[in-house]
Design a protein around this ligand. Structure first.
Ligand code: PHE
Length: 448
């Protein structure tokens, strides 16, 4: 099959899948969603959602991909040739276009911030200056369009070079270095004055603040962060070798991803309080308004700041690659296009869809505050595609694997590279009952 490939090794898969999982979802979206949803209670529900809903769905997606050796549409079709299941795959392909369109905008911010950090713009920056700088930056329409278009083109370039030569290589060095800088930031943030109030907000749940919406947001965040519900992990699973141990590889991915998000929150909230800001008022700009303040108060801030935003741009890139890979694998497998044509076409369409998001943080007043919803276009798109659509997709993956493909068949695939899968029973119960029922209940709870 032209254009299809395989990961070089188990470590290759873990790195590539973690590369997909770890990105702006952990460092930008997680703290911002925690802030929006009132803090520690959200964090607690998030961790539960990862363990009981998202991790089982991750195993289901990767095994479905490896079994079928296909993109999401092909994967559903290869198990159930007739019926409407392929539409779940189509929804994933569409979601890929849409997520990429606004994700690349935020990724463009990380690139812009890399240059700002490098040229010393953050030196001595206090909170007001950082917020002002953010607003000036995001309302510069031309710059926004240039940055996000450049980011999509870069993604197109990497994806058109193919699976292991492109994606694997990028993921290899990045993670450990990014993690090292996160630890430095953590130390600096925790030792700031006022840090303990931030820790309290982040770690001490206030059960009286509970709303059903918090569960929906936590679950959506878990799917978003682990790249689930649109077929990314089906597609990445299709490049995994049969000899590899899926339970352990997927557990590593879920662990890395969750750990990094958790640490990101530990960095942001103490600093939010130290900067005298309100933790609950953070919008999509939260980390971009807070991180420069931490770097300004840190010895070697210019170096660490630029390195951090550079690495964050690369972490975003390894995620956008995996988002783009879904529609691209679809056109390669189902429409028999070549890789280059697929990547270029999808990239071009995404650029068009991305313009409203790029102009939605001040660049254009209509897109910055849409009538009726009273939100920016980027925020709205993130809720629709990054939360709801992924949750719907994950629901159908669980139903499909639990009842159509059947857990007994899935387990044969899951255990191919290993004799034991200790959590087999837990997994089966989650995929057949816990995940789908909870996703449904959460949806009903929001609608009713
Ligand atoms: N998981 C990625 C992140 O956290 C985003 C993503 C979502 C990637 C969906 C692929 C699919 O940044």
């Amino acid at each position: 099959m032209s254009g299809r490939g395989k990961w070089g090794s188990k470590v290759g898969f873990i790195l590539a899948a973690s590369g997909s999982a770890v990105g702006l979802g952990n460092i930008w979206r997680f703290p911002y969603t925690v802030s929006k949803n009132g803090g520690a209670l959200f964090v607690l529900i998030y961790l539960i959602a990862v363990l009981f809903i998202a991790y089982p769905v991750l195993i289901a997606e990767v095994s479905l991909g490896r079994f079928s050796n296909k993109n999401p549409v092909g994967a559903f079709k290869s198990i159930k040739t007739k019926g409407k299941w392929k539409y779940v795959g189509y929804l994933g392909v569409l979601t890929g276009f849409m997520i990429l369109s606004y994700y690349a905008v935020v990724a463009g911010w990380t690139v812009g911030y890399f240059f700002k950090a490098l040229t010393g713009k953050f030196a001595k920056m206090n909170n007001e200056a950082a917020t002002q700088a953010y607003t000036n930056f995001t309302s510069n329409s031309l710059l926004q369009i240039i940055l996000f278009t450049a980011f999509i083109l870069l993604t197109v370039y990497v994806v058109s070079r193919g699976v292991s030569s492109g994606i694997e290589k990028f993921s290899k060095i990045l993670m450990p270095v990014l993690f090292g800088i996160l630890l430095l930031l953590l130390i600096r943030s925790l030792t700031m004055q006022g840090a303990s109030k931030g820790l309290e907000f982040y770690l001490k749940p206030d059960f009286s603040a509970f709303k059903p919406r918090v569960i929906l947001e936590a679950m959506g965040q878990a799917f978003f962060s682990l790249s689930l519900g649109m077929g990314t992990m089906i597609t990445y699973g299709s490049y995994v070798n049969k000899r590899e141990n899926l339970p352990s590889a997927t557990a590593w991915v879920a662990f890395f991803d969750t750990f990094i998000a958790f640490v990101a929150g530990l960095i942001i909230f103490p600093a939010v309080y130290a900067a005298g800001m309100q933790a609950t008022s953070g919008g999509p700009g939260l980390v971009f308004q807070i991180l420069p303040v931490i770097f300004a108060k840190m010895p070697g801030g210019v170096i660490f700041g630029s390195l951090f935003f550079l690495l964050l741009s690369i972490a975003a890139l390894t995620s956008t690659i995996s988002v783009l890979e879904v529609p691209v694998a679809f056109f390669i497998d189902e429409k028999k296009w070549n890789r280059k044509k697929s990547a270029l076409t999808v990239g071009a369409i995404t650029i068009i869809f991305g313009v409203p998001s790029a102009l939605s943080q001040g660049g254009n007043s209509f897109f910055s505050k849409l009538p009726l919803v009273n939100k920016g276009f980027l925020d709205l798109w993130d809720i629709i595609w990054g939360n709801l659509s992924l949750s719907i997709g994950a629901f159908f993956v669980a139903i499909f694997v639990g009842y159509i493909w059947k857990t007994s068949n899935a387990l044969l695939e899951i255990t191919k590279g290993t004799e034991k899968f200790k959590l087999a029973f837990f997994w089966m119960i989650s995929i057949k009952f816990v995940s789908p029922v909870l996703i449904l209940l959460i949806f009903l709870g929001i609608i009713l």
